[in-house]
Design a protein around this ligand. Structure first.
Ligand SMILES: [Zn+2]
Length: 306
């Protein structure tokens, strides 16, 4: 038994917490055990590949992302159970890529799985393809992903659903295509915390791995996030920060998009535009530590329909 209540989202508080700017260093494929970081009253995170957020209410606990394969999923579920105050366990995934979704088999069978319809369709279409692609990268990845299967989710939604965890709510919402077609964001109240997946990172250029990613869509998603004021942001592949990360990402991504389109119209090749914009953005955004991916972003923008 579980309750889903529609709760109006209220965004309160904009006090800043210290913003850690450095991206995480080389990381293990295994989530660390007994090393949970507390982000806010109800939100915790296992910092790893990826960061796994755990939202603890009086009645229910929500885990956001699974880690790579069932062994990592079991670690995430165990850490959640150590923190849990209530018997109900929810699992949701920020997108369908294997380090975010392929660990669901490690969760207890009565876990309630929720995700956006767009993400579910994408998972069914491309989930196993990505599992195989990751498996071919290394023996360890192959071992961790052996026997991965995805089961049908218990809750799907088009735009949003609010889970009442008891004393805290988690609004799972989908704003459109960005890093994937099915990127999900999670707004935890009353903490004013956003669990942001790949969509809002901490000073990391956009990762557009294939045609399921859209730079134009990503800028639209950030535009929609701008008026929502969050106090804490928990990204999946970089350090937690404060609400200013939304604006930082919006500025970087929208300016990069605009400049790439401008250079394309001027007849510059994608390679040339990449070189120009890496240099330009290094001086415009000096606190973004690694701008090497910008040249690939420019290629992606050139290939997108404007
Ligand atoms: Zn991803």
């Amino acid at each position: 038994m579980f309750g889903i209540a529609a709760v109006a989202a209220a965004f309160v508080g904009t006090n800043a917490i210290a913003v850690a700017r450095a991206p995480q260093g080389p990381r293990s494929l295994m989530l660390p055990e007994n090393q949970v970081t507390r982000v806010s009253d109800h939100v915790y995170a296992i910092m790893g590949f990826p960061n796994v957020a755990i939202v603890v209410g009086d009645r229910a606990t929500l885990v956001v992302d699974t880690g790579l394969g069932p062994r990592n999923g079991a670690i995430a579920a165990r850490e959640a159970q150590k923190l849990a105050k209530g018997p109900i366990l929810y699992l949701t995934t920020t997108h369908y890529h294997p380090e975010h979704a392929a660990g669901e088999g490690g969760f207890p069978p009565n876990t309630i799985i929720a995700r956006p319809i767009a993400q579910q369709q994408e998972l069914e279409a491309k989930g196993m393809q990505f599992v195989e692609m990751f498996s071919s990268r290394s023996a360890q990845m192959k071992e961790l992903l052996t026997g991965v299967k995805f089961r049908a989710p218990d809750i799907t939604f088009e735009k949003e659903v609010t889970l009442d965890l008891g004393g805290a709510t988690a609004r799972l919402f989908w704003l459109g295509q960005a890093h994937t077609k099915g990127d999900e964001l999670v707004d935890v109240e009353p903490d004013s915390a956003l669990i942001s997946g790949d969509v809002v990172q901490n000073h990391v250029p956009p990762n557009l791995p294939d045609d399921n990613a859209s730079m134009r869509g990503w800028v639209d998603v950030l535009t929609a996030l701008r008026p929502m004021k969050f106090r804490y942001i928990v990204p999946d592949h970089s350090a937690p920060g404060d609400g200013s990360l939304v604006e930082a990402n919006y500025q970087f991504f929208s300016q990069l998009q605009a400049r790439a389109i401008e250079l394309k119209r001027q007849g510059k090749s994608a390679d040339e535009a990449g070189r120009i914009l890496v240099a330009e953005f290094k001086s415009k955004f000096p606190d973004w530590p690694n701008l090497a991916p910008v040249s690939n972003v420019v290629k992606h923008i050139y290939a997108e329909k404007q």
